[in-house]
Write a protein that binds this ligand. Structure first.
Ligand code: ADP
Ligand code: MN
Ligand code: MN
Ligand code: MN
Length: 346
């Protein structure tokens, strides 16, 4: 790497979540940290700011918002010693969390229940687009109907694998708790999984993994969307199944605790659905491996249920549950906060 006459610098990519509605988006900008060899501690990363009037987070006459670093990762694109910095948006005068800041309430809820040792595993589905059509789709019309694409292999089945592999390597280099990838049911659609990991880390890591996905696909001239139902009709939507466990669920006798949690989730079903991402009614239709958004059910191995108890969990009689309802475009901080609240707090 070239060393400039003024010495070493660290390029710190400050990443934050904006105020876009109905779905908040990622934003980023680079801060040069001069005369620094590497970042060892969070406290070495200064508070920064941005123009909130351009991100739906402030009015023009009082436009400044503050960026408070809350987590950092090795930047796998620029390489060591450069970093990706997850930040929270705050009021510049008081440093109180901005109204668009969903991480702060997630941290409060997670802190309250550290003793339960909640873990999350989030399955992020997404769809690559080449201009206005999913990657690999014909210019006119549709590809062959769904059936062979899920976990497929071969140039006639999967599109964009080199991007997916690059993204996986980048997530691992960044040190994320990354657990796997697979091609999805609709051609051009893929999934990666983050976890199992606690909160708010599951949220930090998923947002950083999303940022890396957009950023890496950019180099291929491809865009990635988290749209819940990118193609209308007989094509699967995109979700963010969230696997959840507490220490008690993972220990002997855990299945009873899991079943109790399913009942608790049922009591607050609509609160969850309303906070699980924009356009959720178009995805949770009762078809395409979903339960309807306005119905609630749970069951072993049931992919048409709201909550699934995986077969291995039913056999072991302990483990975790899978909430199948969150959309691909859901905010993981909101999901984690709600799950801890419904299962551990109420
Ligand atoms: P599916 O069979 O639904 O496709 P995946 O294998 O894609 O499931 O994802 C399962 C996720 O659950 C992974 O991210 C994994 O890390 C996570 N997971 C495994 N065990 C636990 C657990 N005890 N608590 C929470 N998450 C878990
Ligand atoms: Mn999966
Ligand atoms: Mn999937
Ligand atoms: Mn799943």
């Amino acid at each position: 790497m070239a060393v400039s006459p003024i010495g070493m610098v660290v390029k710190a990519e400050y990443i934050w979540i904006d105020g876009s509605k109905p779905t908040q988006k990622l934003r980023c900008k680079t801060k040069i940290l001069p005369n620094l060899e590497e970042v060892v501690e969070l406290s070495e990363l200064p508070v920064w700011g941005f123009d909130g009037s351009s991100t739906e987070q402030a009015e023009g006459h009082a436009s400044d918002c503050a960026l408070k670093p809350v987590n950092f990762f090795v930047d796998p694109i620029r390489g060591y010693p450069h970093v990706l910095v997850m930040t929270e948006v705050c009021d510049p005068l008081t440093m109180a969390p901005h109204s668009s800041n969903t991480r702060s309430p997630c941290v409060d809820m997670a802190d309250k229940h550290v003793a339960e040792e909640c873990w999350f595993g989030i399955e992020q589905e997404y769809t690559f687009f080449d201009g206005i059509k999913p990657l690999g789709w014909p210019d006119n019309g549709f590809p062959a109907p769904q059936g062979g694409y899920y976990c497929g292999v071969g140039a006639d089945e999967v599109y964009g694998r080199e991007i997916v592999e690059d993204h996986m390597d980048a997530c691992l280099e960044a040190g994320l708790t990354f657990s796997g990838i697979n091609a999805e049911v609709m051609p051009g659609q893929w999934e990666f999984q983050i976890g199992p990991v606690g909160a708010p880390d599951a949220g930090d890591e998923l947002w950083i993994a999303r940022w890396l996905l957009y950023r890496i696909a950019e180099d291929y001239g491809v865009s990635a969307t988290l749209d819940a139902k990118p193609i209308k009709g007989d094509w699967n939507g995109a979700g963010a199944h969230t696997n959840f466990s507490t220490k008690a669920m993972r220990e002997d006798g855990g299945l009873a605790v899991i079943e109790e949690a399913c009942e608790k989730l049922g009591k607050r079903a609509l609160i969850h659905v309303k906070n699980y991402g924009a356009d959720i009614e178009s995805r949770l239709t009762g078809a395409h491996e979903t339960q309807r958004w306005d119905e609630f059910s749970w069951g072993v191995s049931d992919r048409g249920a709201s909550i699934r108890i995986p077969w291995n969990v039913a056999i072991d009689k302990k483990g975790y549950l899978e909430d199948r309802r969150p959309n691909a475009n859901a905010d993981p901080y909101v999901i984690c906060k709600l799950m801890i609240e419904s299962i551990c707090d109420l």
